[in-house]
Design a protein around this ligand. Structure first.
Ligand code: ATP
Ligand code: RIB
Length: 325
């Protein structure tokens, strides 16, 4: 049932990574061997899995996060933060042997970034962690997974979700080759340009190439492919659509986690039963708001903010950004 904290009936299970992000916002990203001073430090919750969980929860869904953190201060802060966002953290394991993941992120003045991750406990997430959460998979909804953890728990989660009739969204980030046996169980695959290129061998340098890459991935068994193209939008192929959904125009301050916020909000809209293109617009609105703010989880907008943004932008550009009725 929708409630004040969860103004949606969507149920989302996220299996994935969590990191403490150390973000340095600076005039320009240093080259190799170079030192640039004058930056500003922000420390915040991150990690693709946790970011997507927060984005989905902020967009109104009931969210369960399955992941691993260390038995250290960062892990404690991470779990407390996720709980504050209203996320069920009962299936987050405190690992005794590895530290909480940490990401060092440098953000330049145009919002562009460079990220180095020490994965720590994320690399010890295992299929057993997924099996322990079987009960929440049984409750249905959407499974959202990424590739910042080892592949066996990703496979286990996708296989379990498919068996129990959940819809599966795989955000194949960071890029790595994937077997067709896995892709065949994926309902919606959301690569960015680089991930689409690694998975298909097609250099994705625009809409036409994104369309070709999407077609190739669909031939490998994925039902719907959404190739995200940053400020150029997203190419959507599947469920009767084959079109570019242009991005909303905003002034980007930090594009970190744009993809995560897009995936989290997209999952909520799909779990609510919205048509594909409408769900993509909802995800894109959330992502557009997020790039105007610093940080990953800190940049994810609330449902009210997403709805307000959509109302404003639909009025400004009804032909391009029109939602399905
Ligand atoms: P990241 O790795 O930074 O989390 P990503 O590469 O996975 O992101 P993107 O393709 O950059 O994902 O972004 C996902 C969606 O977010 C895009 O399809 C677009 O709608 C929106 N978006 C990203 N960057 C911008 C931007 N600068 N302005 C407006 N919308 C944006
Ligand atoms: O997608 C953004 C995320 O990638 C950051 O929060 C960082 O932790 C890395 O995992």
């Amino acid at each position: 049932m929708p409630s004040e904290n969860h103004p949606s009936n969507a149920r989302i299970v996220v299996v994935g990574s969590s990191n403490t992000d150390m973000i340095v916002q600076i005039g320009r990203i240093p080259g190799i061997g170079e030192t640039v001073i004058g930056g500003k430090l922000h420390t915040a919750g991150g990690g693709k899995g946790a970011n997507q969980a927060v984005a989905a929860s902020r967009a109104g869904a009931r969210v369960v996060f399955v992941g691993r953190v260390g038995s250290d201060g960062f892990g404690k802060t991470m779990v407390a933060g996720l709980r504050r966002y209203g996320i069920n953290v009962s299936y987050v394991t405190r690992d005794k042997r590895a530290p909480t993941g940490v990401a060092f992120i440098i953000v330049g003045s145009g919002g562009e970034n460079s990220i180095a991750v020490a994965s720590g406990a994320n690399l010890r997430l295992c299929s057993g962690d997924v099996a322990k959460a079987k009960e929440v998979f049984r409750q249905g909804g959407i499974l959202l997974v990424q590739l910042e953890t080892p592949l066996p728990p990703v496979r286990a989660a996708v296989t379990l979700a498919a068996k129990l009739g959940m819809r599966v969204i795989l955000n194949p980030a960071p890029a790595q080759p994937l077997p067709d046996t896995l892709l065949r169980k994926v309902d919606i695959l959301t690569p960015n340009e680089y991930e689409a290129e690694l998975l298909t061998g097609i250099r994705v340098d625009g809409e036409a190439a994104a369309a070709r890459a999407a077609d190739r991935l669909r031939r490998r068994g994925v039902k719907t492919v959404i190739v995200t193209l940053g400020s150029c939008g997203a190419f959507v192929a599947g469920d009767g659509c084959r079109t570019l959904a242009p991005a909303f125009k905003v002034r980007a301050v930090d594009t970190t986690a744009a993809g995560d916020v897009f995936n989290g909000a997209l999952a909520v809209a799909l779990a609510e039963g919205r048509p594909l293109l409408e769900a993509v617009r909802f995800g894109q609105a959330a992502a557009a708001i997020s790039v105007t703010r610093i940080g990953a989880q800190t940049s994810a907008p609330s449902r009210a903010e997403i709805e307000r943004f959509l109302r404003k932008h639909l009025l400004m550009a009804p032909s391009k950004n029109a939602l399905a009725p």
